[in-house]
Design a protein around this ligand. Structure first.
Ligand SMILES: *[C@@H]1O[C@H](CO)[C@@H](O)[C@H](O)[C@H]1NC(C)=O
Ligand SMILES: *[C@@H]1O[C@H](CO)[C@@H](O)[C@H](O)[C@H]1NC(C)=O
Length: 388
């Protein structure tokens, strides 16, 4: 047990200390044309980077946008949205390889989610070009923005996988593709993801729920199942179990709430399975909390039914909780090490449970044989006190 507690503590620490990003940062990127930009930003999704210089005197914005297209024949796009925050209304620059095989940059006034059409945009494009290298497309442009004195703009970026007859085809709808927007202070250089607060919420949702449904509930079940075998751990195991599950429930409900909120906020996408499992987990766990109050006494004749119901629901929560953490990981799609850390944690918990299961059986069998011996002695020599 001591080993497992240490291992879990260690893993939890690793789990929270793993830094989410060790990929390239824009500061180390240089340009073959020796161009220097005042600011650069590692954009929060799609492995993209933006470098820019803004000259307020003549409203000139010079940008370099770097991103890996979704496939080698794909496209990348960077846009300013002067009227909103998402894709609709975006004044986009799209870089792709044209039918003659040369890299080109075109402008698009995105008015709907339908196919895009080349058009004039809200700003003037003084010059633009694009190049590919190392799986990345680099889009360069010098834009003259309408002079309105505002330096805070909403921007959107995107990558797509294909171009048909000179028209970029629609992009994927993964969370990465939907979170690729933010705001940018062109002059101050500050940037904030509009998707950022949302992705922060998602991370909080993920951590709360993984901790509750994915770790604490299983741990509480292990405590109850194996500690009770030791007479000295009675009734401590019971209080530990209740404490563990009630705190897991409290954290779980908080995590569940953030999930419901995220679900109601997400436009047009529904993670049906994840959502339904989440709702079932909440319902089942709530029933379990009631089970605490409805528990008949140890020797009550209905206690067996209560046990079946309590254990049945408990194990269902165990399985569904772990499944839903993995489903959530699929949706959130964090760095691989998070999935690895959680998988290792579950394997350690599972391995310990297996070990304890074996030990428990050995103890049970031994106790039985001692008991039967005892009964034998009790019958034969009335009250002989064999040491146990
Ligand atoms: C804008 O001003 C800067 C700095 O004076 C200058 O380098 C740049 O060429 C100007 N751009 C345009 C489009 O006039
Ligand atoms: C972009 O399209 C919208 C809707 O058709 C239109 O109102 C707007 O003026 C267009 N923007 C430009 C710069 O042409």
């Amino acid at each position: 047990m001591a080993f497992s507690v240490h291992a879990i503590a260690l893993l939890l620490v690793t789990f929270f200390l793993i830094s989410p990003s060790n990929s390239a940062t824009c500061n180390s990127q240089t340009f073959t044309n020796k161009k220097l930009y005042t600011f650069c930003n590692d954009l929060p999704s799609l492995n993209s980077f933006l470098h820019w210089t803004y000259e307020p005197a003549n409203s000139t914005l010079s940008v370099a946008f770097i991103a890996p297209p979704a496939s080698p024949d794909g496209w990348i796009s960077w846009a300013i949205n002067p009227t909103g925050t998402g894709m609709v209304g975006a004044q986009a620059l799209i870089a792709f390889r044209n039918s003659k095989g040369a890299m080109t940059v075109k402008t698009y006034n995105i008015t709907s989610y339908g196919p895009v059409m080349e058009s004039r945009v809200w700003y003037d494009v003084k010059e633009s070009s694009a190049e590919t290298s190392g799986g990345m497309i680099r889009l360069f442009a010098t834009l003259v923005l309408p002079a309105n004195g505002k330096t805070m703009v909403n921007h959107v970026w995107q990558v797509g996988s294909s171009v048909t007859k000179g028209v970029p085809n629609k992009h994927g709808f993964q969370p990465e593709n939907l979170n690729s927007k933010g705001s940018l202070d062109l002059f101050e250089g500050k940037s904030a993801g509009i998707g950022e607060s949302r992705s922060k919420k998602k991370n909080i949702h993920g951590i709360l729920n993984a901790l509750s449904w994915g770790i604490m509930f299983p741990l509480g079940i292990i405590l109850a199942r194996y500690l009770r075998m030791f007479p000295s751990a009675d009734p401590a195991w019971f209080y530990l179990h209740v404490f563990c599950q009630v705190s897991a429930y409290v954290i779980g409900v908080a995590g569940w709430g953030t999930g419901i909120k995220l679900g109601s906020e997400s436009e047009g996408i529904q993670y049906t399975y994840h959502r339904n499992i989440g709702i079932s987990l909440f319902a089942l766990a709530t029933v379990q909390i009631f089970a605490l109050f409805l528990r008949p006494g140890k020797d009550h004749k209905y206690r067996i039914f209560w046990n079946i119901y309590h254990h049945g629901i408990g194990y269902t929560i165990l399985v569904l909780g772990i499944i839903n953490v993995f489903k959530g990981l699929d949706i959130l799609n964090p760095e691989q090490q998070w999935r690895t850390a959680y998988t290792i944690l579950i394997l350690i918990l599972g391995g310990n449970a297996l070990l304890l299961e074996v030990i428990t059986w050995i103890i049970v069998v031994r106790r039985k044989s001692i008991k039967s011996k005892r009964t034998y002695y009790d019958h034969s020599s009335h009250g002989s006190h064999e040491p146990l």
